[in-house]
Design a protein around this ligand. Structure first.
Ligand SMILES: Nc1ncnc2c1ncn2[C@@H]1O[C@H](COP(=O)(O)OP(=O)(O)OP(=O)(O)O)[C@@H](O)[C@H]1O
Ligand SMILES: [Mg+2]
Length: 459
């Protein structure tokens, strides 16, 4: 995309020369010869140039007054003023009003070029940020946290309340795929800081040294390979939210540095000699129970208390299976739209399989299963044999085996749960028949069904 420029210049020769010159450099250029023309371009024709290069004194007024009357600086458009009679008072006022720069004529064309390019880059970046923020704001309201189980309703209400509070830190805890990342985005984008930046750090995804330099930034020469200054994530998140994903994986040494930065609201870049002040809201997420990690000496108690001012626990999907009734149709719709499918019917057997399964990967696993089914659908019904869940009735009906991964991902109890689920599904929900498959008594099976909360549709 080429850069756009509006030139406001009453000196005919200069105006045409500049227009010609920047068109040759591939800019889209509009020329206004006075403020009236500039006004018509901006308001009547809704021109939105990235950069405005304007003479200061024009036949019908002062361009700085015009700039001020038009609301001054707007993100996504930078103004540069040229003047023949620059006064100190004007330049001070220009800076105060948020003008990008102020040059005296005649100016060096190379310098002007550089300035215009930088201004355009700056305006581009602001537009991108505004666009992303607007998208985030529209996308992440508490209502995107779908589900009508009592636990999810309560969670949504908490998100709504918390989004209205100027909290400094908050901790989200929940198994993988329960929606911690989603909740964190909701809190930022519908919260008080939604205009500020949203910055993420996943401590599990990076080696220790990188986590430190990413978080705090560094000065040129701080270590081998640090060729230029790097602004860390704490700095980038100034005025907004820093999302510390997988907080439990953060190295103890970095925990100490982070605590100090959070408490003092200031820190130094690696190799830096100057304190940098920041105002950052921290949302941390962890799969592990950090209170237990504190007890085991793997997590600093002081940082834990500092960050856990508010705590939200997101229960696993198996403890709120009522949510499936809203989540599944919604996901089907989403993937219908993405893949151009028309799945409308979810058979009773599919619901049975979905509700019996214990969803160790929670909503993420559910999304993936539904996506697979929708993609493989050939007509209007969800082909639930593709759900890939243990306990899903196998179409041929003659498979009497149960698949259990021996890779440490399931505990003995979870395996037992899977076996019971599979037997129940194969017996079509009939407890007596399932007990027969398991060579157990009906009472024993009933007891286990209750223990694992598998009661909902077992007859
Ligand atoms: N209640 C919900 N309603 C709608 N979508 C949800 C809900 N909960 C989670 N999701 C979706 O499920 C997926 C997984 O959620 P998310 O990435 O937030 O989980 P997580 O807890 O951060 O997992 P991990 O610990 O593995 O990072 C995302 O696509 C998210 O949008
Ligand atoms: Mg996540």
């Amino acid at each position: 995309m080429s850069n756009s420029l509006m030139i406001v210049e009453d000196e005919v020769l200069l105006g045409e020369e500049l227009t010609h010159y920047y068109r040759k450099l591939d800019w889209d250029v509009w020329l206004a010869r006075n403020l009236g023309e500039a006004r018509r371009l901006l308001t009547d024709q809704h021109l939105e140039p990235l950069v405005v290069l304007s003479d200061m004194s024009l036949p019908d007024g002062n361009a700085l007054d015009f700039f001020e009357q038009h609301g001054g600086r707007r993100p996504g458009c930078e103004w540069i003023f040229l003047t023949g009679y620059g006064t100190v008072a004007d330049s001070v006022r220009a800076v105060r009003l948020g003008v990008y720069d102020f040059l005296e004529k005649p100016c060096d064309p190379n310098y002007l070029n550089l300035l215009l390019e930088n201004a355009a880059r700056c305006a581009h970046a602001q537009r991108r940020l505004t666009f992303e923020t607007a998208q985030g704001n529209a996308r992440y309201t508490p209502s995107v946290f779908v589900g009508d189980s009592p636990a999810t309703i309560k969670l949504r209400q908490m998100l709504e309340r918390l989004a209205q509070l100027p909290f400094s830190s908050l901790m989200l805890q929940g198994e993988t795929g329960t929606g911690k990342g989603l909740a964190a985005r909701v809190l930022h984008y519908s919260g008080l800081r939604h205009q500020g930046p949203w910055v993420e750090l996943n401590s599990a995804a990076l080696p220790r040294e990188l986590v430190e330099s990413e978080l705090f930034g560094y000065e040129a020469g701080a270590f081998t390979g640090a060729t230029s200054r790097h602004h860390g994530l704490l700095e980038q998140a100034d005025g907004g939210t820093l999302f510390l994903d997988e907080l439990g994986e953060l190295d103890l040494g970095i925990q100490a540095k982070l605590l100090k930065a959070v408490e003092d609201k200031r820190f130094r870049r690696l190799g830096g000699k100057r304190d940098i002040q920041v105002e950052v809201q921290i949302i941390a997420a962890s799969k592990r129970d950090l209170a237990k990690e504190v007890e085991a000496g793997h997590f600093r108690i002081d940082l834990y208390h500092r960050l856990a001012v508010f705590q939200l626990a997101i229960p696993p999907l198996r403890e709120r299976k009522e949510d499936l009734r809203l989540l599944v149709p919604l996901l089907v719709e989403e993937f219908n739209a993405k893949a151009g499918k028309r799945v409308r019917v979810i058979a009773q057997a599919a619901w049975l399989a979905l509700e019996r399964y214990h969803w160790p990967g929670n909503v993420r696993e559910l999304r993936n299963s539904i996506e697979r089914c929708v993609l493989l659908a050939e007509d209007e019904s969800l082909p639930h044999q593709w759900l890939g869940l243990p306990g899903t009735p196998i179409p041929s009906g003659n498979d009497s085996t149960v698949h259990l991964p021996l890779d440490g991902s399931l505990s003995l109890e979870q395996m037992e749960q899977r076996i019971i689920e599979s037997a129940l599904a194969r017996a079509d929900g009939n407890v007596t028949a399932a007990a027969r498959l398991l060579k157990a008594t009906r009472e024993t099976l009933r007891y286990r069904i209750q223990k694992y909360h598998l009661t909902s549709s077992a007859k």
